[in-house]
Design a protein around this ligand. Structure first.
Ligand code: PEP
Length: 234
């Protein structure tokens, strides 16, 4: 199983260090062999423990250069970061990343050998149009993405489920993950209002290889609880 925490623009450096101390000791004390990935803010990349993978939530697809406000490969290399989240719906819908931009990031970081957690997911109005529209929408989000990239992890995160407390039915998750499984052999994560109470059930579903958790992972103890649930299933 793969269990990921996406902090978004939450937590200071100090809070992240305290959080990681809890998660790191939990992972060691319980001999967790599942993959645990934390995506903290850029400012908290320093001095983080390493028995948990640390990834970035975004980066600009260049070595370095005149890209005001961006973080590029050179800055990630300084912290030995080789894991990145690409295509998160907040970047697509709030920050205006097009599929072209997302695919350019994918190509660049794949060429550099990064582990890429690639997110796809539909807004509510698309889901309401039915299955064909839903699958067309998701397929378009794979345009320019190499689904055979060996260090790819795909996260299905319906936009309407992120941070809302809403989740698709278990049957809908299984249907969607089944369709994704036909497209790629990559591990498939579900994300969108995963919490301690539903993580275990979601991880038992067919073709679900783990979870990507936002709000509910901001508590280190809750995140550890979800790691423990994953470990029980592994
Ligand atoms: C996310 O942003 O990736 C996410 C899944 O958020 P939440 O768990 O808060 O819905």
């Amino acid at each position: 199983m793969i269990v990921c925490a996406n902090f978004k623009a939450n937590k200071t450096r100090q809070e992240t260090q305290a959080y990681m101390a809890v998660v790191e000791s939990f992972v060691s004390a319980n001999n967790i062999s599942d993959t645990v990935i934390v995506f903290p803010p850029f400012t908290a990349l320093e001095h983080l423990p390493r028995n948990v993978l640390i990834g970035v939530q975004n980066a600009y697809p260049v070595q370095n250069g005149a890209f005001t406000g961006e973080i590029a490969l050179e800055q990630l290399e300084e912290f030995a970061v080789t894991t990145i989240l690409i295509g998160h719906s907040e970047r697509r819908h709030i920050l205006g990343e097009t599929q072209e931009t997302v695919a350019a990031k994918f190509r660049f970081f794949a060429e550099k050998g990064f582990t890429i957690v690639y997110c796809v997911g539909e807004p509510l109005e698309i889901r309401e149009e039915g299955n064909e529209a839903l699958m067309d929408y998701i397929s378009n989000q794979f345009e320019g993405i190499d689904l055979e990239y060996p260090d790819l992890i795909v996260a299905y995160e319906p936009v309407w489920a992120i941070g809302t407390g809403l989740t698709p039915s278990v049957r809908d998750i299984e249907l969607l993950h089944g369709a994704l499984r036909e497209k790629t052999k990559a591990p498939l994560l579900y994300g969108g209002s995963v919490k301690v109470d539903n993580a275990g059930e979601i991880m038992t579903l067919e073709n679900v290889d783990g979870v990507l958790v936002g709000s509910a992972a901001l508590s280190a103890n809750d995140f550890c609880d979800m790691i423990a649930q994953a470990a029980e299933l592994s």
